[in-house]
Design a protein around this ligand. Structure first.
Ligand code: COA
Length: 143
C-alpha cells in the first residue's frame, strides 16, 4: 500500500494522538475579528474542551480571555503552540515554544517557515505543518 506523507511526515494516528493527548494551547496571532481564521479556530478549540491562551502583542483580550504578548508570559504549562502569523514571524514563536517547554509546534496554512520548522524538530519538539487544528479535529475526532 502506498502511504502518502505530508511535509511533516505525520500519520493520521500521530495527529490524532497529538489532538487527544495535549490540551493546553498557546494560539499565536489570536484575533478578536470574527472574519479571521485564528478567531474561528480559537472558538472551536475552546468549544471542544481545549485550554486556549491567546498570544498577540496587539490585544489585551480575545474571546474573553487575557491575551499575552509572548508564549513565555502564559502562567500555565503550554503543550501546543498553534501558529497563525506570517512565516517571517514564526521563528520567534518557535524559540518561545522551546523555552516554554512545549511539546508541539503547529503551523497553520500559510504560516510555514522551513527554518522554523527545522528548528522546532531539532530541539526535539513535534512539528505539524500545512494543517489546521480545527479541520484535523473534525476529520479525525469529530464532535
Ligand atoms: N505576533 C502575534 N500576532 C501578530 C503578529 C505577531 N508578531 N504580527 C501580526 N499579528 C496578528 C495581527 O494582529 C493580525 O490580527 P488582527 O487583524 O486581528 O490584528 C494577524 O496576526 C494577521 O495579520 P496579517 O499578518 O496582516 O495577516 P494576513 O492577512 O497576511 O494573513 C495569516 C496571514 C497567517 C494570519 C493567514 O494566512 C492565516 O490566517 N493563516 C492560517 C489559515 C488557516 O490555517 N485557516 C484554518 C482553516 S480551518
Amino acid at each position: 500500500m502506498v502511504r502518502i506523507m505530508s511535509v511533516d511526515r505525520l500519520t493520521d494516528e500521530d495527529v490524532k494522538e497529538i489532538l487527544t493527548k495535549y490540551r493546553k494551547i498557546a494560539l499565536v496571532g489570536a484575533s478578536p475579528k470574527p472574519e479571521r481564521d485564528a478567531n474561528k479556530v480559537m472558538r472551536y478549540l475552546i468549544e471542544h474542551g481545549y485550554e486556549v491562551y491567546p498570544v498577540n502583542p496587539h490585544y489585551e483580550e480575545v474571546l474573553g480571555r487575557k491575551c499575552y504578548s509572548s508564549v513565555l508570559d502564559i502562567p500555565d504549562e503550554v503543550e501546543i503552540v498553534d501558529i497563525f502569523v506570517r512565516p517571517e514571524f514564526a521563528m520567534d514563536y518557535v524559540e518561545q515554544a522551546i523555552k516554554k517547554g512545549a511539546e508541539v509546534v503547529w503551523f497553520q496554512f500559510n504560516t510555514y517557515s522551513q527554518e522554523a520548522f527545522k528548528r522546532a524538530k531539532e530541539a526535539g519538539l513535534m512539528a505539524v505543518a500545512h494543517r489546521c487544528m480545527k479541520q484535523e479535529h473534525e476529520r479525525l475526532i469529530g464532535d
